[in-house]
Ligand binder design. Sequence first.
Ligand code: APR
Length: 271
Amino acid sequence: MTDAARADDAARTFTVRDIAVLASHIKSARRVTIMTGAGVSAASGVATFRGPQGLWREFRPEDLATPDAFARDPQVVWEWYAWRREQIAACQPNAAHEVIANWAKGVRPQNDPSMGSDHLRRTFVITQNVDDLHVRAGTPGLIRLHGSIWEVSCLARCAAGARPWRDERVPLSPCPPLCPHCGGLARPAVVWFGESLDRATLDAAVQATACDVFLTIGTSSIVYPAAGLVHEARSRGAFTAEINVEATPASSTVDLAIHGAAEQILPLLNE
Ligand code: APR
């Protein structure tokens, strides 16, 4: 079964009441925080990592997404990233990205006369995705825990090249790209297995767990520290909910687990 077919199948398992409960919590919230994973981009055609069609079925993370792998064979690692960049460049944000962007921009649902004009809802968005589809959908203030596939940095962290810069060339040439400052190898500015997240980015994500509603959407909830944020939010008193086509380790601990596709469920929350 394809990811899309699984999504269609699973979408039939949520109830109207689930949607109403979540919509009501969101409507009365002053701070909503959303954390997304690869499943949010699945309907756009971006491959997820796990699951039947996932990248980690075909490739081994230890060959492609670790500092050691890059040290062993930067050419192979860069070719894999160049291939993913080509795939992602051809994808467009889907309905899930659009709804999230509208919430983050402060646009309220149209048919929402019951909310007083003094009710301001702020939405914070954290993502594990490196595809930048949230950015392309217009989400402001995005917290990108794992970096961006469209940014590169100097492997040697030379003075001018340690800070990531944007490189949106498709196809990537030369591959591997070089640091324009020192001429050494450049690397994808993403967080690989075994690397620490950027401290300020993680701090911003943890701060965002102080919210009324925390939604974890389209993530397998097994990669930490991202997977811990929903628990942090719950311990701080947030109503927590998951939207995913299948059960994850988070499903049993959130207040509400909705089994459906993000691009189908999120638009329903606006109605
Ligand atoms: N709607 C909602 N959920 C979906 C959809 C969809 N349309 N399609 C797939 N999913 C779910 C899958 O059921 C799965 O639980 O999205 C999840 C995707 O999980 P992963 O592929 O593991 O992606 P993610 O959780 O983002 O991975 C975390 O792992 O390899 C690393 O760095 C990589 O950031 C990534 C991290």
